[in-house]
Design a protein around this ligand. Structure first.
Ligand code: PLP
Length: 282
């Protein structure tokens, strides 16, 4: 099922053609997006998602997003959704039409059924390969025009990494920097559990600050866990009591196999943290 609404409040047929062929989002991948999880009619982490949309827009020199309009259109899609109790809500914001810059950005929200593959990974965990991202941890601060840390529509590399993982018999990817440090997944953040402490790398190394990672940390802290945001090495991916990928739609997904090697069973740690995350919303 899909529900489409443009930012001006027009509810539209998701099977009809709406985007012009000269839209810069299509021609150049020049735009940004957010994916929000909606559960039982409530958008999770909407405030952090909209704050990040504004931050991404600023990094790409796009007009500042109309926050109230995005909140309205989010509500509109949710109110028109009649599918499963959880769905993915995409917010898309492009630079608009090349030949008509005065027309402004293209902006819409679309509700989508969650992919079966993602539901299976949530339940059973996932095999992951590490892949070199070719960036060093100082690059994001040295070269802001590379847009590291913006949730941009230019995800060709991220999608290619997923296909490389499939060729290697895995379902997902953890990117590493040139010095071997841990970055993030193509659409997720990396979280490690060790004892009763959670770790994730800092956004300053050129990764996206995750709204789900933050929610998982909040949930774990309520249970008395400690949380640390600090650089992680490739060795940390093995030296732990649980390795996870976090993102809005996959929630907290357990990594059971790393580069072809089965990891020790972390189902119990996963169950505790997955519950802590759900409890944030109950
Ligand atoms: C969307 C995304 C994440 C996860 O962000 P959430 O807010 O948790 O959904 C992490 N890394 C990348 C590259 C992403 O695109």
């Amino acid at each position: 099922m899909r529900v489409l609404a443009f930012l001006d409040g027009t509810l539209s047929d998701p099977d009809a053609p709406w985007i012009r062929v000269d839209d810069l989002g299509l021609m150049r991948g020049d735009g940004i997006f957010e994916t929000v999880l909606v559960a039982d009619g409530k958008p999770r982490e909407l405030r952090p998602h909209l704050d990040r949309l504004a931050r991404s827009a600023s990094m790409l020199d796009l007009p500042e997003p109309d926050d109230e309009a995005w909140q309205r259109v989010t509500r509109q899609v949710i109110d028109n959704w009649t599918g499963d109790r959880e769905f993915a809500l995409k917010l898309v914001y492009t630079r608009g039409i090349e030949s008509a810059p005065d027309a402004g950005p293209t902006a819409f929200a679309m509700g989508l059924t969650i992919d079966e593959k993602i539901l299976r990974a949530r339940r059973d965990g996932v095999a992951v390969v590490t892949l070199d991202r070719g960036i060093d941890p100082g690059l994001a601060e040295r070269a802001p025009w590379l847009l590291l840390g913006a949730k941009s529509l230019s995800y060709g590399v991220n999608m290619a990494a997923g296909r490389e993982a499939a060729r290697r018999g895995a379902g997902d990817v953890i990117f590493t920097a040139t010095d071997g440090s841990v970055l993030e997944g193509p659409t997720s953040n990396v979280i490690i559990a060790r004892g009763h402490t959670l770790y994730t790398p800092p956004a300053t190394i050129g990764i996206l600050p995750g709204t789900t990672q933050a929610a998982v940390f909040r949930g774990a802290e309520r249970l008395g866990w400690s949380t640390r945001i600090e650089p992680l090495s490739a060795a940390d991916l093995r030296d732990n009591d649980g390795l996870f990928l976090a993102s809005s739609v996959r929630k907290l997904t357990r990594v059971h196999t790393l580069d072809g090697e089965q990891l020790p069973d972390s189902s119990a740690v996963h169950a505790e943290l997955a519950k802590a995350y759900e409890d944030v919303y109950s």
